[in-house]
Structures are given as C-alpha cells and as structure tokens.
Design a protein around this ligand. Structure first.
Ligand SMILES: [Zn+2]
Length: 72
C-alpha cells in the first residue's frame, strides 16, 4: 500500500522538477515539441534549446536569456 503511494507521489513530483529545464530559454517553447532538443555547456552548466538558431541567439547574449529563464 505504502509503496504504491510513494510511486504515485514520485510520478506527480517528477514533471514539476523537470519543468525548469524543459523549456527553451530563448523561445520559451517546450523542448521536444519542435524536434529533439539540442544542448550546450555554458559555464559548466547544461543548457537545452529547442533548435540551433536559439543557440546562436543565446550565445550573443547568454546572461539575458539565463536571467529570463530564472526570473519566472
Ligand atoms: Zn528554438
């Protein structure tokens, strides 16, 4: 009984924890909706984007997009 409860709890919480990294910081699109997400390493942190053109935009002004993503 208890085990089944814990499993459903984890299934409820997991998407909420993933939500932070599941959108593109440039376009705000959900990753995976426009094809497989692409990611780069920025200052030792993995940042995922919906497409290559968003990476190009991000690299022109990374601080702006990171602040935007964190300031939700
Ligand atoms: Zn994109």
């Amino acid at each position: 009984m208890m085990k089944r409860f814990l499993v459903s709890l984890v299934l409820m919480i997991a998407p909420a924890l993933m939500a932070d990294v599941s959108t593109c910081p440039v376009s705000g699109e959900k990753l995976g909706e426009m094809g497989p997400p692409v990611s780069i390493d920025y200052q030792g942190k993995k940042v995922a984007f919906c497409c290559d053109s968003c990476i190009a935009k991000f690299q022109k002004d990374p601080a702006k997009y990171l602040a935007k993503q964190q300031g939700k």
